[in-house]
Design a protein around this ligand. Structure first.
Ligand code: COS
Length: 394
């Protein structure tokens, strides 16, 4: 393998019974496109510019239809997961650009009116507009129902939004934000609504850009007397919590898929390193401790893959909710990807913590996945609740 060239990757999973022939074809197209384009689109010194270029190129290549489907049948969650897995294998930023087009329109795809879908989905799918999902607040990340941002009805034809959202991906470069705010129909989860807010709406301001260990566009956003038409409400007034949770039911499994793609890449890198490097007179891959690490990595990857594809397949079979399956997929795939990548760094030794080396990049990139779209602790809570419910308790 020459420097900079991507290693070979196991693709036998595509013959597992979760997938149809169109998924194998998608995997081929993604790999071919990413090999030819991703390196030229990612510039780590210009994150905003890279994301804009990635969104435009992914749209032009036709992949964003998977993230923001206009067709009546809606999401093909297996395609969504495969796309994230494969893009994450190639570059975390490519996965990020793809995924946020989906999360930032998920509520519209699932609950939007005909008009909202017609206005927002085609330009996002074409890569001509950038989308964002604004749910988290400083005091309401895991506990969504505690959110403080308000949207007050102003007559029958408008709402006025006040408050702050933070850690908003694509904050600063998005053309619209799906914003969740308290409309007060009832306390807690039942008094929240979702709105589409165009980025140029007066009263919406980027309060701060946030730097993180694996840089991507991220911001704190302030709403001050931000007036939006009533037609921007997604779903029913007071139904915003369900809109958020149903969107996360689709996208949480895909976070697991992104983690899986990163873990697969780490294993591929580690296999190359272990067979190419000689230690004590033999290839490193002959050492029992190296073999134990590689075995544990391969096992974790297959377990994650089974959970991710199970969640995606179950949703694609028409299950109204896949809360338990999606939480299990996200929890296991993100936690184990962290471990798999850490083992790859160990196999690389000093080179593994050197800037610019792929496993070092993966080590930084995977960390946030255990936090966003529901931290691991929230996933455990969700799985326990669902398990107790199924057993007739809880
Ligand atoms: N799909 C549809 N509806 C759902 C749902 C889902 N997946 N999950 C919950 N709901 C509904 C419930 O059915 C309930 O409605 P009813 O009372 O009519 O039955 C309502 O929403 C409230 O649900 P619940 O009582 O479970 O709410 P909680 O406040 O206890 O929710 C958790 C708790 C922790 C599960 C939730 O807040 C959560 O997932 N938090 C993490 C959020 C997150 O991912 N944050 C990161 C920001 S996104 S980058």
């Amino acid at each position: 393998m020459s420097p900079g060239e991507a290693p070979m990757s196991d693709r036998s999973f595509i013959t597992w019974p979760f997938f149809a022939p169109r998924h194998a074809e998608l995997l081929d197209r993604l790999d071919e496109w990413a090999q030819a384009n991703v390196a030229g689109l990612v510039d780590h010194h210009d994150i905003d510019g890279s994301c804009r270029k990635l969104v435009a190129a992914l749209g032009e290549a036709g992949f964003l239809d998977i993230a923001a489907p206009s067709a009546d049948q809606g999401f093909d969650v297996r395609s969504l997961c495969l796309a994230r897995e494969r893009l994450a294998w190639h570059a975390g930023l490519a996965d990020f650009a793809f995924a946020m087009q989906g999360l930032g329109t998920g509520p519209i795809s699932l609950f939007g009116t005909k008009q909202q879908k017609a206005d927002y989905l085609p330009p996002v799918a074409a890569g001509k507009r950038i989308a964002a999902f604004a749910l988290s607040e400083a005091e309401a990340g895991s506990d969504v129902a505690a959110m403080a941002t308000t949207a007050r009805a102003d007559g029958n034809d408008a709402y006025v939004i006040d408050g702050e959202k933070t850690w908003i991906s694509n904050g600063g470069i998005a053309d619209h934000y799906v914003v969740f705010a308290r409309t007060g129909e009832a306390p807690g989860a039942k008094g929240i609504s979702a709105f589409i807010v165009d980025a140029d709406t007066p009263g919406l301001a980027i309060a701060e850009r946030i730097d993180v260990i694996a840089p991507h566009p991220l911001a704190r956003i302030r709403f001050a007397n931000c007036r939006v038409p009533a037609s921007s409400l997604i779903g029913e007034a007071g139904g915003g919590f369900k809109v958020a949770m149903a969107t996360l039911d689709v996208f949480r499994a895909s976070v697991g898929a992104a983690a899986l793609g990163m873990a697969r890449r780490a294993l591929d890198e580690a296999l190359g390193r272990a067979s190419g490097r000689h230690l004590f007179g033999a290839p490193m891959s002959d050492l029992p401790l190296t073999q134990a690490a590689l075995a544990e990595m391969a096992l974790d990857i297959d377990a994650s893959a089974l959970l991710v594809y199970r969640a995606a397949w179950t949703k694609d079979q028409g299950a109204p909710r896949v809360t338990r399956e999606a939480s299990m997929a996200k929890l296991h795939a993100t936690e184990s990807a962290q471990t798999v990548i850490d083992k790859a760094v160990q196999i690389f030794g000093g080179l593994g913590v050197t800037s610019g080396v792929k496993v070092e990049e993966l080590y930084r990139e995977v960390r946030a996945l255990r936090i966003y779209e529901g931290a691991s602790e929230v996933q455990k809570l969700v799985i326990a609740r669902e398990t107790l419910k199924a057993a007739g308790g809880g």
